[in-house]
Design a protein around this ligand. Structure first.
Ligand code: NDP
Length: 445
């Protein structure tokens, strides 16, 4: 396989899907050598089958707002690959959602889920509906209309959705409620559910906590202590807030948070009380990070990400894709950043990744560093099928173990001759090998 040829062909067939092509290119260039050591994979044209989703559902979602106006959004589910387990991946509600973004996320999810060591295939879904500014009842009606169409395609052993941007506990609750009504079953078809109806302890915290556990493993390879380090975080949603919580617990300083309107800079480090304020602001009042800056008299950078302005030792992007470009990456390196651990999916552009790797930073791609979320989703599925609940300590301990294991796989497949750990290559090769071997064993489907 020549990665450039496969990518050129996909570019010709899917010319309007830049995020999908970006994700595919990153994976294919890093697995090319390993793939070419296995001529049997080439005979099965495995690489093309791995890049193109098994199937995609798209549908219209019509719903009525509080004033009686009818809205029509698009809904999608991309079932990418189920070679190693049922399709599994979040649902994103954001005005920017389109097929390119969901295809990139489902593709990435396939490798991420493989890395977790749990039996989960890859999928992703969503809608261009934005919950921002909508009432509770409007969000509920939208979720119900979305699931009225989606429910036929999902199930506890078929496809198990969860949250993502714009989809938290509230939205999962509404979607699960409607699913239960349509399918007439009470099973673990969604993860991220409320604790009262099958949710797992530590699932809300898992992506953020897992990212910090992964960071600790990376720092250990260079004998660096996290305590006292300045960490810039982007976003102020699920991943960002629980990343901040674990960092504060471990004695690091969180010097920024953001949302899609701007960034707040906290040079002396966020306090527990301030984090609590952000948590309530975002989850209960659905407010803006600007209001935090006003409340605590912090600097606020309208319309900006943290990377150009905020000096930090460690960056943990936890908002969205392509939020760190080449210039941002240069600024981070120039300002003394030593590690980047991605909470978001694909937050660094290819140019940014080149800058990080050239500067020999500890750089962990999202598919490794943020895999804690889907890992605990996998643990939620396991608890649901056994109809029992594990304690928070049990789940947290399993999560730590999984993040350690993912790190070890990255080291195994990504260590370069000079000792530098290329986490991108390590994660891609480790994730790929398992899925590829399973696909080979199952024949051409
Ligand atoms: P949330 O919706 O809870 O939070 C997203 C945060 O990012 C919000 O602060 C939001 O701001 C901000 N944001 C969203 N889009 C943009 C944008 N275009 N520019 C700047 N800021 C933006 O989502 P999550 O925390 O769940 O997800 C964050 C990232 O982590 C995503 O990339 C997601 O795919 C990834 N992820 C999430 C997992 C999970 O378990 N939830 C698991 C693995 C990865 P605003 O409030 O203004 O919209």
């Amino acid at each position: 396989m020549k990665a450039t040829e496969v990518i050129a062909d996909l570019r010709r067939r899917f010319p309007h899907e830049p995020e999908y092509l970006q994700a595919v290119e990153e994976v294919l260039t890093s697995i090319e050598d390993v793939y070419n050591e296995h001529p049997e994979m080439e005979r099965y044209n495995l690489v093309e089958r791995l890049c193109i989703p098994d199937r995609i559902f798209s549908f219209r979602v019509s719903w009525v707002d509080d004033k009686g106006k009818v809205h029509n959004n698009m809904g999608y589910r991309v079932q990418h690959n189920n070679a190693i387990g049922p399709y599994k991946g979040g649902i994103r509600f954001h005005s920017s959602v389109n097929l390119s973004i969901l295809k990139f996320l489902a593709f990435e999810q396939t490798f991420k889920n493989s890395l977790t060591t749990l039996a989960m295939g890859g999928a992703k879904g969503g809608s261009d509906f934005s919950p921002r500014g909508k009432s509770d009842m409007e969000v509920m009606r939208f979720c119900q209309a979305f699931v009225e169409e989606l429910w036929r395609h999902i199930g506890p052993d078929t496809d198990v959705p969860a949250g993502d941007i714009g989809v938290g506990g509230r939205e999962v609750g509404y979607m699960y409620g409607m699913y239960k009504k349509m399918a007439r079953e009470f099973t673990g078809t969604f993860t991220g559910k409320g604790l009262e109806f099958g949710g797992s302890l530590i699932r809300p915290e898992a992506t953020g906590y897992g990212n910090v556990y992964f960071l600790l493993e990376m720092l250990k390879t260079r004998g660096i202590d996290l305590k006292g380090k300045k960490v810039a975080i982007s976003g102020s949603g699920n991943v960002a807030t629980y990343t901040a919580k674990k960092l504060l617990e471990l004695g690091a300083k969180v010097v920024s948070m953001s949302d899609s309107d701007g960034t707040v800079h906290i040079p002396d480090g966020l306090t527990d009380e301030q984090l609590d304020y952000i948590f309530k602001l975002k989850n209960f009042y659905r407010g803006r990070i600007r209001e935090f800056a006003e409340e605590y008299g912090c600097e606020y950078y309208e319309g900006e990400h943290p990377w150009l302005r905020v000096k930090c030792d460690i960056a943990m992007p936890s908002a969205t894709q392509n939020e760190i470009d080449g210039d941002d990456a240069e600024a981070l390196v120039a300002n003394g950043c030593i590690a980047v651990s991605e909470g978001a999916n694909m937050p660094s552009t290819p140019d940014a990744i080149k800058v990080f790797q050239k500067a020999r930073l500890l750089y962990a791609p999202g598919k490794a560093a943020n895999a804690g979320g889907v890992s605990v989703s996998g643990l939620e599925m396991a608890q649901n099928s056994q109809k029992l609940n594990w304690t928070a300590e049990e789940v947290d301990e399993k999560l730590r173990g999984i993040m350690k294991d993912i790190h070890a796989q990255c080291v195994k497949y990504g260590t370069e001759p000079d000792g530098y750990i290329n986490y991108v290559k390590g994660a891609n090769v480790a994730g790929f090998m398992k899925v590829a071997n399973a696909m080979m064993a199952q024949g051409i489907l």
